[in-house]
Design a protein around this ligand. Structure first.
Ligand SMILES: [Zn+2]
Length: 382
């Protein structure tokens, strides 16, 4: 089994007596309330999805990640994992003391063992991580909305926020056990925030011909307006797997995670996460984790050249399309025919058809998948 990033799977979930003691010590602790995205970060740190992080980055790691795309230890890491707080709140917090992190309704979520608090430059954060300071970029907009002080230190999870998708949620120690039970030595991870069309299916199956197992890992969490609802992504994948995939070769679990839309940097982050789940390979397609036209179509593939020590192998794919001459799903690497023979998989066109209540052509979307989408009253985020 592939080693977790940094060599050790982090487990900072409080259980049994430790959890009971922690709950008893909460009274009087200063509190910082987290939104749903921040809660998913806490849970991902505690369950090892973000190994080797044990909590929010301090200034040293933060600076290294911005400047070198590595932690202070030199381990590859591209996205800052930080907790912001208003100056008025931060002023009342003392490094060395504990802080209670709660959900939006005040329920205890985790304890932060505060080690440091520090200021930061939002424009620099945005420019280095997102390669732009354009406030129209959703990741940049989020950074601009952040409070002025960052709090660093390890966390201990008291209680993960319940979600409607808990039955589809697996922690890295569980996926690793699952892969082992299935006898998979090599596993390719597929990151998605969409319902599957046949182009996705062929990318996944092409990758699966090279390895033992396929781990489909949709991101669940806040997404942009017009994106498919989380339950639709899940039900459409269940329909696809049931009808078209070899069950013994396929696993499906959700990842509670906030998309940053950081393109290349986020592609590396996605790879690290899948490595922690036990994947030996990850599929990186065109404009992975991108948004708009901020990143060149294959920038998220090229960046892997800077990380020969990543420890998980990226499998790069170009966009697939249906060729009427080849009579199959191909890419420009394997089909010599011109664009006049091609039917492209365009997510927006497929979505427009579905919005009108029409089934997309079977060359584009499996009918069972289209049905799973249409069965939901309103399949898109408003
Ligand atoms: Zn062709």
């Amino acid at each position: 089994m592939i080693q977790p990033h940094g060599g050790k799977l982090i487990d900072r979930v409080l259980r049994g007596d430790a959890r009971r003691d922690a709950l008893e010590s909460l009274k009087g602790l200063p509190t910082v309330a987290l939104d749903a995205d921040a809660l998913s970060d806490v849970e991902n740190m505690a369950t090892g999805v973000f190994s080797p992080l044990e909590g929010y980055m301090g200034q040293d790691d933060y600076r290294h990640v911005l400047d070198h795309m590595r932690l202070a230890s030199d381990l590859a890491w591209t996205i800052p994992i930080v907790l912001d707080a208003p100056k008025s709140v931060a002023d009342g917090l003392k490094p060395g003391n504990d802080v209670l992190l709660t959900g939006e309704t005040g329920q205890p979520a985790a304890i932060l063992h505060l080690e440091e608090k520090f200021g930061y430059d939002k424009a620099e954060f945005a420019q280095k991580v997102f390669r732009t300071t354009d406030p129209a970029h959703p990741g940049v907009a989020k950074v601009l909305r952040m409070h002025d002080v960052l709090l660093g230190g390890p966390i201990d999870l008291i209680q993960a926020a319940p979600t409607p998708f808990d039955n589809w949620k697996l922690a890295p120690h569980e996926t690793r056990l699952l892969f082992k039970e299935k006898g998979w030595h090599t596993v390719v991870g597929f990151q998605t925030r969409n319902t599957p069309h046949i182009g996705h299916e062929f990318v996944q199956k092409s990758a699966l011909t090279l390895v033992d197992g396929l781990f489909i890992n949709p991101v669940i969490g806040r997404k942009k307006k017009g994106d498919y609802k989380d339950e639709v992504i899940l039900s459409s994948y269940e329909a696809l797997i049931k009808n078209y995939y070899v069950k013994e070769r396929t696993a499906l679990a959700v990842l509670m995670f906030e998309m940053r839309y950081a393109g290349p940097r986020e592609a590396i982050f996605h790879a690290v996460i899948r490595k922690n789940f036990g994947c030996t390979h990850i599929i990186i397609g065109r404009d992975h984790a991108g948004v708009g036209t901020y990143y060149k179509p294959f920038a998220a593939q090229e960046i892997f050249g800077d990380f020969p020590d990543l420890g998980i192998t990226p499998l790069f794919f170009r966009s697939f399309f249906y060729c009427k001459k080849c009579l199959s799903v191909v890419s420009d690497k394997i089909c010599p025919h011109g664009p006049e023979h091609q039917i492209q998989f365009r997510g927006t066109e497929i979505r427009d058809l579905l919005l009108k209540g029409q089934y997309p052509p079977a060359e584009l979307v499996r009918p069972e998948v289209a049905k799973a989408i249409m069965d939901v009253q309103n399949p898109f985020n408003e």
